[in-house]
Design a protein around this ligand. Structure first.
Ligand code: UGA
Length: 434
């Protein structure tokens, strides 16, 4: 099968490399020349475990190629995956400009019948729009069937998720098209759900919104635990053992970030509003999350008073471990608030410093070593539960900091371990240790 993937972002790249690994001939196209040059040399523009080796291998054996040439990408393709960005507009709705451009380009360059699969996260109804654009502009003798095929990859484990996902969703009313895609995915041995286009589009949003709801729910329970003296780790374990609830996404902390949950929850709230059905539950989920991201700074002020000229170590910039992505990261909110309070911030992250620098510039110091980040600081905030951070021996805080005061936004340390050390340790939804 000749496959083209439009967009060399995180979804497009993982999809390209993994489909090539399955034995297909894959061409990945992007409009950014620098990115394509880098990829042609086997280097990944994003940090994603396992991706670079798949890229290298499949480039070498000719299964995978990168191009900026639309004729080369689209004219011969049997299946085209759309994986272009769908950024957020100022009002929270989704900007579909790249979807429009790519749909026009596909219509212009196809030279044979083709299936166009949308992987980009798009509001319900967008695939109908793509279908309209392509149909009205393609050569009349060709057939182009548009399918919704949302992705459920997580950053940091996207390659594993591609090969071991929980389900594949194929949204089309055309049984023949559904069957072609089913054949494509069959070797993965992942359950396939065949449904209509709009339901497929909604499955994507509803999945992310439900997971975001779980996180805000457990964070509210955590906040309540603090008030009444319960321990959120015990509570999450206790409720998670009910199979109907499950343990996943019950990790309390300083809220969800990333390029998906914040954007997709907002977009679903927008969609609901436009459909004259305000989604009040999801509005509350977003409100709780915004509040949660501010928590470390509130706790810092409660603990040491004014933050003016205080030196603060921020451990973690990425929105979660195993990624260099800082989009929607609680760390960005924390830095903004700390700087507004007059604090001096030194941040450590094993992968995300270059991306953070693009946003924060030289407003803060950057440390490539945790000990250097902690050196002579008045307070430390743990914002991302990287393995490198979780395993810092507790006496390191005492040795390097001016005052060993740690606000752990990701509950990295077991309380009984911390209790053995003379330090102030405040986490989320658990009793403080002084
Ligand atoms: C999320 C979904 O999990 C994927 O299924 C989906 O494909 C993807 O969005 C997308 O729409 O593209 P991702 O954003 O990579 O994936 O990250 P998650 O692992 O879901 O974490 C999101 C945020 O929630 C992180 O900031 C994480 O720290 C936070 N989180 C997660 C918690 O605070 N508690 C938890 O229990 C779990």
């Amino acid at each position: 099968m000749k496959i083209t993937v439009a967009g060399a972002g995180y979804v497009g790249l993982v999809t390209s490399a993994c489909l090539a690994e399955l034995g297909h001939i894959v061409t990945c196209i992007d409009i950014q020349k620098d990115k394509i040059n880098m990829l042609q040399n086997g280097r990944s523009p994003i940090y994603e475990p396992g991706l670079e080796s798949l890229l290298e291998k499949n480039l070498r054996n000719g299964q995978l190629q990168f191009t900026i040439n639309p004729h080369r990408a689209y004219s011969e393709a049997d299946i085209i995956f759309i994986a272009v960005g769908t950024p957020e507009m100022q009002d929270g709705s989704v900007d579909l400009k790249y979807i429009h451009v790519v749909s026009h380009t596909i219509a212009h360059y196809i030279e044979k019948d083709v299936i166009v699969c949308t992987k980009s996260t798009v509001p319900v109804g967008t695939n109908d729009l793509i279908q309209e654009i392509i149909h009205s502009r393609k050569p009349p003798n060709l057939c182009a069937e548009v399918v919704s095929n949302p992705e459920f990859l997580r950053e940091g484990s996207a390659v594993i998720d591609f090969f071991q996902g929980d389900r594949i969703v194929i949204g089309t009313d055309n049984p023949e098209t559904a069957s072609t895609l089913e054949q494509l995915y069959l070797p993965l041995k992942i359950p396939i759900i065949k449904t209509d286009i709009k339901s497929a589009e909604m499955i994507k949003y509803a999945s992310n919104a439900f997971l975001a709801t779980k996180i805000s729910f457990i964070n509210e329970i955590a906040n309540l635990c603090e008030k009444v003296g319960a321990d959120i780790e015990e509570v999450a374990d206790g409720i998670g053992r009910d199979k109907r609830i499950g343990h996943h996404f019950l990790k309390a902390g300083i809220g969800f970030g990333g390029s998906c949950f914040p954007k997709d929850t907002k977009a679903l709230v927008q969609l609901a509003g436009n459909a004259d059905h305000p989604f009040e539950l999801l509005e509350a989920v977003m409100k709780v999350n915004n509040r949660q991201q501010f928590l470390p700074v509130l706790i810092a002020k409660e603990t040491i008073g004014s933050l003016k000229d205080k030196k603060i170590a921020l451990l973690g910039l990425a929105f979660k471990p195993d990624t260099d992505d800082v989009r929607g990261s609680a760390s960005l909110t924390i830095v903004k608030e700390l700087l507004a309070e007059g604090a001096v911030v030194r941040a450590y992250d094993p992968a995300a410093i270059p991306n953070a620098q693009k946003i924060l510039g030289d407003t803060i110091e950057y440390a490539y070593d945790i000990r250097f980040a902690l050196q002579d600081t008045d307070l430390a905030i743990i914002a991302t539960e990287w393995e490198q951070i979780k395993h810092v021996p507790l006496d390191v805080y005492r040795t390097f900091m001016k005052n060993p005061i740690v606000i752990d936004g990701r509950n990295c340390y077991p309380l009984d371990k911390v209790q053995k050390y003379p330090m102030t340790y405040i986490s989320i939804g658990r009793p403080a240790v002084n």
